[in-house]
Ligand binder design. Sequence first.
Ligand code: FAD
Ligand code: 2HG
Ligand code: ZN
Length: 482
Amino acid sequence: RDDRFSRLTPDHVAYFRDLLGDNGSALIDGVNGAADDDLAPFNSDWMRKYRGHCQLVLKPSTTEEFSKILRYCNEHMLAVVPQGGNTGLVGGSVPVFDEIVLSMSRMSRILDFDEVSGTLVAEAGVILEVADQFLASKGYIFPLDLGAKGSCQLGGNLATNAGGLRLLRYGSLHGTVLGIEAVLPDGTVVDDLSRLRKNNTGYDLKQLFIGAEGTLGVITKVSIQCPQRPAAQNVAFFGLESYEQCQKAFREAKGQLSEILSAFELMDEGSQALVHRVTGNKRPLESTYPFYCLIETSGSNVDHDSEKLQNFLESVMEQGVVADGTLAQDETQLRSLWSWREGITEALGHLGGVYKYDVSIPLPQMYQLVEDTRARVAEAGLLGDSESDPVRAVVGYGHMGDSNLHLNVATRAFDERVEKVLEPFVYEWIAERQGSISAEHGLGLAKKKFIGYSRSPIMVGLMKQIKGLYDPKGIMNPYKYI
Ligand code: FAD
Ligand code: 2HG
Ligand code: ZN
């Protein structure tokens, strides 16, 4: 714990209580007796890997309240951690010691939607799925989708620069976000809630908050460009004999499906066997294969798109690129096929502790990391089926369309022996191939020590200068990557 930070006193809490009112929903106060059980969900992350010891959760419901809270915290040297849906996978959203949790849960209003341009303005605590359902009622779609959509929030999505399942189609949040409102640690409200697609007036400062993981300020509002909801969506699920064939299938998909291709996802057999074991669901194909690809198309004409996908399937099967495949015939089948991809993270979570590596690697070498890691873990005598083997599976899957691999090492419980075999090995492997050690989840606490594998000392130095400018006292999400 950094001794520069003050410890919470009843006087501090009295200030917050006075500001937010004492209606029970606006703060959870462990200093004056709230039960640890009430604080526990805010202290523990989604993976149950990281646990903090905060005694106070504040849930402001207006920008002004955030501003007053942060100004007070800054003056009194109280450290804070912004928390959205708490679905982050790098330990960034929970306190490390006794930082105050600033929960975004009461900033959950949709503020405006322009049906002509497709611009949505909303508070940062709106849940992603809620935003998407609202947009669906207007014929639009949120340009980001991910497995945690039912819990994660727009502010958390921006703060992590989440990528998700359709980045291939809709691009990164750095392109779709038009504006933000943010509160700096000294209480200053940065009103950059632009609704303009073009705005070249000086530095584009909002971009700094996208992917900053709550280290520069709290994002309170978001303005984002949303595309038309596609009238037709189709999904195909393929089995393939090698990673080489997956690359060929991707090349063919781009060529043959071009403008309607909206997702190209990769799963290895290990990941699918796990989903099967946990859910007990019937597998999509009759036989098992070393690899599977899920392809989604999104377009405006059902017949045209189905015919294109059908032709594609026939062509890649004739060429021997794909060994077997199936097409979703209706919405239920479409959802079911997606669940084999989206359900992997949750299935892995049932096994025990999971070491997660969310990485970008040039496509030709991408899956090699999984094979090399599996071999290394096996060589160390750690992989196996018996109770005494700490590692149960080494699996790989991810957003092949974006060269983004999720290497997951599932253990019976988090184990230092395993960690030592994996780190820094995985990061060195990636650095040697000019990859990125964090593709879409961020650095948080998990990758704090490893930023140097993907960023030069000069770039880290610049980041520190920016941090010093926005947060000179360092109260915003301390102990994390910067
Ligand atoms: P939190 O977990 O609460 O916070 C994440 C970080 O953002 C923390 O550092 C926090 O301090 C900061 N933060 C949160 N809100 C704010 C705010 N308003 N202002 C400033 N800082 C803030 N990620 C992907 O990129 N792609 C995926 O496909 C994907 N799939 C997932 C599937 C599952 C099942 C799970 C559990 C997670 C997945 N994730 C994925 C990771 C995670 O869901 C995303 O990173 C998500 O964007 C986090 O949003 P959140 O609201 O839960 O943020
Ligand atoms: C996904 O793509 C998410 O499913 C989570 O980014 C990845 O669990 C993971 O490692
Ligand atoms: Zn992902």
